[in-house]
Design a binder for this molecule. Structure first.
Ligand code: NDP
Length: 340
């Protein structure tokens, strides 16, 4: 069967492609240009010589009818996995143009295109986020896959909040469309918090990493003489390989086909990341901070949101997540092999 993956060049999407190709799906990936897709295609051809992977150029997911052509030209597409959404910071544009519009229009454009040209599609999976579930600075509510972020666009004052709101509004828009149109396919969303883990291909490792891994990197740049407890991030984490798996599971596990997949491995706090690095990379001694080693557990309890992911985990047959320690170690092993 053939799956369309939007934003195929992204950090998470590359892992999604990997899972799909390993299981012999045919895959069409959208990318802003052929040139951006070519290195990826070469890497995949090397890893899976028999892979059926091709590219459809979609320069901007937010432009009207962005996905019409690819769905019109490929009546074999049975599954649509929509991952593309802006997730880079420091953009030189008003917040609405940079985040809200592409996130919401991109999502509605793909659903409209399926409606117009692809009645054969049986499953749609949209990459939403814990952003659509959380409430800023709330460390007492137990968040579940029924929780919704109450943030309003009018109250957005910084870039991070603009991103969070864009994800919330995009998921709302998708669910509203689905309820109103009652299409034949099943709709699942994947709602991960901070996604950490190695780049699929070593060649994608750059000095500045993708947004979520880069936040991890910032923790390792805390002044090495620092001995106070480190509270950076104060959220939760999940490994990119698990996030990718949960994009494919709704196509294969009927209980997950319509799930709002809220997935988490562990709380995420700077101090824990420093402890993992200090425990696993003696060569970093003196180059990274120790912070206050013994404070990690207390900080996790005090500063990170509470959550209950049992709905999704049960439906995924008691899925076991990759622990934070492995995600962090794998990111740094890969990064340090290139930049020491
Ligand atoms: P990336 O930035 O690596 O991937 C985003 C992808 O979307 C890129 O391929 C990007 O292309 C594409 N894209 C963005 N805007 C447009 C546009 N206007 N037109 C065409 N393509 C566009 O980030 P991630 O892999 O981390 O994110 C993937 C998805 O996961 C996003 O929906 C994000 O919101 C979600 N997510 C990520 C989390 C994380 O911690 N990483 C946590 C929760 C959700 P290009 O690079 O060419 O701009």
């Amino acid at each position: 069967p053939t799956a369309l993956v939007t934003g195929a060049t992204g950090f998470i999407a590359q892992h999604v492609l990997d899972k799909l190709l390993a299981r012999n799906y045919r895959v069409i990936g959208t990318a802003r240009s052929e040139a951006k897709f070519t290195p990826l295609l070469e890497n995949f051809k090397e890893k899976y010589p028999d892979a059926d992977l091709s590219c459809a150029v979609v320069p901007d997911i937010a432009s009207p009818d962005a996905f019409d052509k690819v769905l019109k030209e490929h009546p074999e597409i049975k599954y649509v996995l929509h991952t593309a959404s802006p997730f880079s910071f420091g953009l030189d544009k008003p917040f609405e143009e940079a985040y809200l519009k592409p996130a919401v229009s991109g999502t509605l454009n793909i659903l409209q295109a399926i409606k117009k040209y692809a009645p054969q599609v049986t499953n749609v999976v949209i990459t939403s986020s814990f952003a659509a579930i959380m409430k800023a600075n709330d460390t007492t509510t137990v968040f579940t896959n029924e929780s919704w972020n109450p943030l309003k666009w009018e109250d957005v004052t910084n870039e991070e909040a603009a991103y969070v709101a864009s994800k919330t509004y995009a998921e709302h828009a998708a669910r509203k469309f689905y309820e109103e149109e009652k299409p034949n396919y099943k709709l699942a969303t994947v709602n991960p918090p901070f996604v950490l883990g190695p780049q699929l291909f070593d060649s994608s490792v750059t000095q500045v990493l993708n947004s979520s891994n880069e936040a991890l990197n910032a923790i390792s740049h805390v002044d090495p003489s620092e001995t106070s407890p480190q509270k950076q991030v104060s959220l939760m984490a999940v490994d990119v390989r698990d996030v990718a798996e949960f994009h494919v599971l709704p196509l294969e596990v009927p209980e997950l086909a319509s799930e709002r997949e809220f997935i988490v491995s562990d709380p995420l706090i700077g101090q824990r990341v420093l402890n993992i690095l200090n425990d696993n990379f003696p060569e970093l001694k003196g180059k990274i901070a120790k912070g206050d080693y013994d404070s990690a557990e207390k900080l996790e309890k005090e500063c990170c949101p509470k959550y209950d992911i049992s709905s999704t985990v049960k439906k995924a047959h008691n899925y076991k997540f990759i622990p934070l320690e492995k995600s962090v170690v794998d990111v740094y092993k890969q990064y340090l092999s290139k930049y020491t």
